[in-house]
Design a protein around this ligand. Structure first.
Ligand SMILES: [Fe+2]
Ligand SMILES: [Fe+2]
Length: 205
């Protein structure tokens, strides 16, 4: 999150708290104010955490570079998962959650912004194909979570399937579709796409 966005968020929080403060003067008093402050601090902490998560993508400075950095991040989590054994149930559960979050946030950015711009630029077929591959990934991650939770056999096999769907999808994005889109956008359009993508990512980071 940019410092401007954070300031905006902070200002909105503070003005909400002031309004609440006024209302509660002749109502239930200090307890409510303290409750609101605690809730507000929780919101601020969540905003700070989301900013930290989005920072990797934002720091890349360009939508395509940001997405490539996120592909690398997800690949790294899958590599750690591939090194686990049946004995590492807790570690598997944590890594599956991390992977779902990383891929989920990544996919929101692509589905709500990048694929829409792709379709706007006439590449609807590619947008549809990539979108349906995201569903395959979601389904695979759901199955992986269930296999892990129920401690059923086949965890690493399912992970292997997810990795091959992921790598084929990422190769398509990184070597064909995204370079084509990148080349067709003006510097202003690149900037706008990068900003919109980071905004979507921040919402779900
Ligand atoms: Fe994708
Ligand atoms: Fe992607």
């Amino acid at each position: 999150m940019t410092s401007a966005t954070y300031k905006n968020y902070n200002d909105r929080f503070k003005s909400g708290l002031r309004d609440h403060d006024k209302r509660s003067t002749d109502a239930t008093g200090p307890a409510l104010v303290a409750g609101a402050a605690g809730f507000g601090l929780g919101l601020l902490a969540a905003a700070g955490r989301r900013a930290a998560v989005q920072a990797v993508t934002y720091a890349a400075g360009d939508w395509f570079e940001g997405l490539k950095a996120e592909h690398k991040l997800a690949r790294g989590i899958m590599e750690k998962l591939a090194d686990t054994t049946e004995e590492d149930q807790g570690k598997r559960a944590t890594l599956v959650l991390q992977l779902q979050h990383a891929i989920g946030k990544h996919n929101v950015q692509e589905e709500y912004v990048v694929y829409c711009i792709l379709a706007e630029h006439g590449d609807t077929a590619a947008a549809n194909t990539l979108n349906s591959e995201h569903f395959e990934l979601k389904k695979g991650l759901h199955e992986l979570e269930v296999i892990g939770k129920e401690q059923r056999p086949g965890f690493l096999e399912k992970l292997g399937e997810i990795r091959s769907v992921f790598e084929a999808h990422v190769t398509e994005e990184e070597t064909e579709v995204f370079p084509r889109l990148h080349a067709s956008l003006s510097p202003e359009q690149q900037k706008s796409l990068t900003n919109r993508m980071n905004r979507e990512g921040f919402k779900v980071a």
